[in-house]
Design a protein around this ligand. Structure first.
Ligand SMILES: CC(=O)N[C@H]1[C@@H](OP(=O)(O)O)O[C@H](CO)[C@@H](O)[C@@H]1O
Ligand SMILES: [Mg+2]
Length: 552
């Protein structure tokens, strides 16, 4: 593109509507940009510009989601979605960072650098950019800024309004596969999921110990809004009782409720009635994560997190696969935060291959794609299942082949339905919920039977504030600390004192802190182990503020 009118528009817009006011350096992290909503207007505009360049380079549709997920309501953020529904390619993350930080006057030069480097010669293509936003009040003007960025480079913004993050991933894939993956509309999304769910469920809604009633915590966000439609269509097949719904309640987004609160505090959320032995689930602020839980007879809280969903899904898919008679490779992918007991259960009881990657769904997703059936979940409840083209083709061919036995045929059709109820593009709270409900229903299990599969090791996650989080570097899927020198040796010495002890430290990609994870045979030991390791981090990695203290 030459130095013409469009350029003046880009710069004029930047200067007049979305000027960069402060010098704060922002980094495109594990989940894109995330900070106070008031700091993000220029970033959104610039992500609109970058999305157009990326779309022209990839010759496909790109997605942009405005959300700060589980963060407080005053925060916001943005993530870019690549044509195959994946997170933005890492090589472009640094361009996103550069775009967010250059001064207004340098914006055009930076656009030119990208055009030149990637040889983008189709700058007149009217590429489509799918834009979605969560329910935060700040999301409306911020999504408008993204649109203006898209328009400034003559792209075509497609505004889907308030939708979940996984819906945006789904729309992008539908558009880029010429609708082979589904219709790129909200209705198309629900229809695909719900039709599959209803086919698998059949007309017997309660089975064995399974009861088709579920208490659902919508975190006062988009997850509540979207489940309403689902409830209407599911009718009697699944009775979803909704709580923490911003429309009828007065609750604040993610405040004392939602998947992140429940998982990290290991507590029952506010706003949900404390009913004993009832299956409950919570989603997060953009509905890409889900965790389950219940209160026992003594009102003790029991959590069934992402590791539980992963093991439930993998064991079910393995069983179903065996019934098809097909030889396909199934594997499960976790991060180092997965509970050690789950990893042991997968390898020793389920006999399913398990691998560990760095934190962040893009890493888990990529590894999962190396299997025919790749199940991946972070312990916090973010995950899905991906199926290779080879798997899908074999299933369709076997299901249609007249010489296939009736049993094998039935299993193939069922697995194809299960594939349809899974959002393969990214972790999706609503789709994951339908999957869990399907499996529990089929097995006739209540939530306790699900929990009985294995016993979680007590675990603890701590944060240590340090001067510069980049001093902590790791290797081996973040399980070994490389720098500061000597820290890993100290961790090894501490861990060796505890039965079933395991601990690792890494710099968070979304917060300016170091995370410490610990697990051990008892709760008391776990607390001690976590604090001891946190103290070493504080000492050797430049801790600031109050030092971590042992409990009295
Ligand atoms: C321990 C933990 O839960 N880490 C989260 C958190 O990443 P950190 O890099 O640890 O800040 O946010 C990510 C994005 O939502 C999520 O993918 C990840 O699982
Ligand atoms: Mg989220």
């Amino acid at each position: 593109m030459s130095n013409n009118n469009s350029y003046r528009t880009v710069y004029a817009f930047a200067r007049e509507m979305y000027p960069k006011k402060k010098d704060t350096y922002l980094q495109y992290g594990t989940a894109g940009f995330r900070t106070k909503a008031t700091e993000l207007h220029h970033v959104m505009y610039r992500m609109g510009l970058l999305a157009v360049l990326r779309a022209r380079y990839k010759k496909g549709v790109i997605g942009v989601m405005v959300t700060a997920s589980h963060n407080p309501e005053a925060d916001n953020g943005v993530k870019i979605i690549d044509p195959r529904g994946e997170m933005l390619e890492e090589a472009w993350e640094s361009w996103a960072t550069k775009f967010a930080n250059v001064v207004d006057e340098k914006l055009e030069d930076t656009i030119n650098e990208v055009i030149k480097l990637f040889n983008i010669d189709n700058m007149n293509d009217r590429v489509e950019i799918v834009i979605g936003k969560d329910t935060r009040p700040s999301s409306l003007p911020l999504a408008k800024a993204v649109q203006d960025g898209v328009l400034a480079l003559s792209g075509k913004p497609i505004d889907y309004g308030i939708v979940t993050t996984p819906q945006v991933h789904y729309f992008v894939v539908c558009k880029n596969t010429n609708r082979a993956y589904g219709q790129p509309t909200e209705e198309g999304y629900y229809r695909k999921l719900i039709n599959a769910f209803l086919r698998v469920r059949g007309d017997k809604y309660n089975k064995g110990n399974y009861e088709n009633r579920l208490m659902y915590d919508g975190a006062n966000g988009v997850g509540a809004k979207k489940v309403k439609y689902l409830r209407e269509v599911l009718k009697e097949s699944l009775l979803v009782e909704m709580y923490n719904d911003e429309i009828i309640g007065s609750g604040k987004l993610n405040h004392l409720c939602g998947a992140d609160y429940v998982k990290s505090q290991q507590k029952f959320p506010n706003g949900v009635p404390k009913e004993k032995n009832t299956r409950c689930c919570s989603v997060d602020g953009d509905a890409d994560r889900i965790v389950y839980y219940y209160l026992d007879d003594n009102e003790r809280f029991h959590l069934l997190d992402g590791d539980r969903i992963a093991t439930l899904a993998a064991s079910y898919l393995k069983e179903l696969l065996q019934k098809t008679g097909l030889d396909l490779k199934i594997g499960l992918v976790q991060s180092a935060y997965a509970n050690g007991a789950s990893t042991e259960y997968i390898s020793n009881k389920l006999n399913i291959s398990v691998s560990c990657t760095a934190t962040g769904v893009k890493h888990l997703h990529r590894k999962a794609l190396t299997y025919d059936i790749g199940v991946y979940f972070e312990a916090n409840g973010h995950g899905t299942v991906v199926f290779s083209n080879n798997a899908k083709q074999k299933l369709v061919a076997t299901a249609r082949n007249n010489s296939t036995s009736a049993d094998h045929k039935e299993a193939c059709f069922k697995l194809l339905d299960v594939i349809d109820l899974i959002n393969e593009t990214v972790g999706d709270a609503i789709s994951d919920m339908l999957l869990v409900e399907t499996i529990l229903h089929e097995r006739g299990w209540d939530v306790k039977q699900w929990e009985e599969c294995y016993t979680d090791l007590p675990n603890k996650l701590l944060k240590v504030t340090v001067k510069d989080r980049n001093v902590v570097t790791t290797t081996d899927a973040e399980r070994i600390c490389v720098t500061p020198e000597g820290l890993q040796d100290e961790i090894n010495t501490i861990v060796s004192k505890y039965k079933k002890g395991r601990s690792f430290v890494r710099a968070s990609g979304t917060e300016d802190i170091i995370r410490v994870y610990a697990e051990a045979a008892t709760k008391e030991d776990t607390e001690l182990l976590a604090i001891e390791v946190a103290q070493k981090v504080y000492e050797l990695a430049g801790g600031i503020g109050p030092a971590p203290e042992l409990p009295n």
